[in-house]
Design a protein around this ligand. Sequence first.
Ligand code: MEV
Length: 319
Amino acid sequence: MSAEASAPGKAILVGEHAVVYGMPAIALPLSSIRAKAAYRQTTSPLTLIAEDLARPPLMIDADDTISSVPLARMAALTMQHFGLKSLPGEIRIRSDIPIASGLGSGAAVSAAIGRAIAQLHGEDMPAEALNRLVYEVEKQHHGTPSGIDNTVVVYEMPVYFVKGSSVEFIEVAAPLWILVADSGIAALTRDAVAGVRAQARLAPGPTARAFEEIGAIAIEARNCIEHGQSDRLGELMTANHRLLQALNVSSSELDNLVDAALDACALGAKLSGGGRGGNIIALVDEASASMVRQSLVEAGARQVMLTVAGEGPQIDNSD
Ligand code: MEV
């Protein structure tokens, strides 16, 4: 018996941090970078092997509800979901999504594990159920996640997300060319979220105003995406970056990359995800893509990846 499953990375287009406080945000799947879980039958109890994560093999206890290791918690939760008391074999996890870089690595690994176990059980797990389990794991390990990361990773479609509301998928009217540039600095989302929470306590008025402005940006950005208004979308992304700077989640390295993208005529640029490190995204067009990429590399980007949102199958919102 064998099974193989995967899930993509993600980028937050606009709205990170404010989304934790109930504002809307938009996220895109990054389908070309993925976490993969491959199952192989053995006679030992289920073991997770994640060499990329430099962690020793993990033996899974299906009754474990409080494991401090996210991968183990996800495997245990999925087994409980299907009423599996034991499962002999090993799941090998590989991922090309950089860790602690704002690209959804944790959620993607969880989703891939959940899907692999579902396949073994001979059932497709509906996205809604998988999303709920991945969110459980995110909550345990990230404190107060909004739920946007697990949602975009599980559904693998551009999403307009408001915490506590049902997910809405966005129709992308004209393909969005986005460069994702890695600062090479690892930063934990959990720490950035805690920093913003501390700032909200110290300066409640200005922080709440920043959240409101970011929320307004997300609403307008959705409209731009649905009507193919890329120039305005770029301006909104850059305005969002300025507000994230005010929330103290940017860094000199991220600011340098954003400036380098804008100097090379990107339509807009901003940090993406928790910030303090990780990646920036730049909205480009076919004409400017290679110049912006070059400028990002010269400014110190470790890796630059192009993703085009809206070229794949589109969601049918008619029902
Ligand atoms: C992380 O990808 C996005 C944040 O807004 C955190 C969250 O929404 O849970 C920073």
